[in-house]
Design a protein around this ligand. Structure first.
Ligand code: SF4
Length: 218
């Protein structure tokens, strides 16, 4: 179901950010999945700096599944939490190789069975790689939809479920990406740029101080 408010936000953001939005550079669903696992608690830019070397050294799921962990740790060292991430991506490659026969699965439950993959990562893969319905709730998305007044919940699973109920499946991924981009560019965590925001007239500004409610925010 497409609610009028959600439809209007979708329409405006879709026009504002017409380009295809992607933050992670990858050549296949497999590379995308491994990169997404490494993107936890770090920037996509940092991940994009280590993936070329990682996939040059270990191109296939089988290669990475049997890689020495110390070498993987050395390659991905700069992304932070590298010990846990090295273990997760080797484990993920092993599951993709042995359980899914070198093919990244499309279904949520299957994706969640892969080490290091939570709902957010699974939705990134479903939406980006397989054009499946996918609401991607990260810190930017959650902040913006709460301020807009679309949801009140703070738990990502609840936000995902509620937003998914407001949008047709085919629109969910694009909505996620444009809202995310809007959060990065305009609706900043500490100082949202309400005075130049294209959603200002329909935004409830939930949770913002009074100055923003009165339209004095910058
Ligand atoms: S009006 Fe302000 S709070 Fe609302 S979406 Fe725009 S920047 Fe964010």
């Amino acid at each position: 179901m497409l609610l009028p408010m959600t439809a209007e936000i979708y329409r405006r953001l879709d026009r504002e950010y017409p380009e295809e939005i992607g933050f992670i550079e990858a050549r296949s669903p497999y590379e995308h999945l491994i990169a997404v696992i490494m993107s936890a608690q770090t920037t996509d830019r940092q991940v994009n700096q280590v993936t070329p070397k990682l996939f040059e050294r270990f191109p296939s799921p089988a290669d990475l599944a049997s890689a020495p962990i110390s070498e993987v740790e050395r390659i991905i060292h700069s992304v932070g939490f590298y010990r846990v991430k090295a273990r997760n991506i080797i484990g993920a490659a092993s599951v993709i190789h042995h359980t899914f026969h070198d093919k990244v699965p499309e279904e949520m439950e299957e994706l969640l069975s892969i080490p290091g993959v939570g709902r957010k990562s699974a939705n990134v893969i479903r939406g980006h790689c397989f054009t499946k319905p996918a609401v991607i709730v990260d810190t930017h998305f959650a902040r913006v939809v709460r301020r807009l007044g679309l949801v009140q919940a703070s738990h990502p699973d609840v936000i995902e479920r509620e937003i998914a109920g407001m949008l047709d499946g085919g629109l969910q991924y694009r909505f996620s990406m444009t809202v995310n981009m809007h959060g990065r560019k305009i609706c900043h965590a500490k100082k949202p740029q309400c005075s130049v925001c294209l959603l200002e007239d329909i935004c409830r500004k939930s949770g913002l101080p009074e100055a923003f409610q009165l339209g004095n925010g910058v």
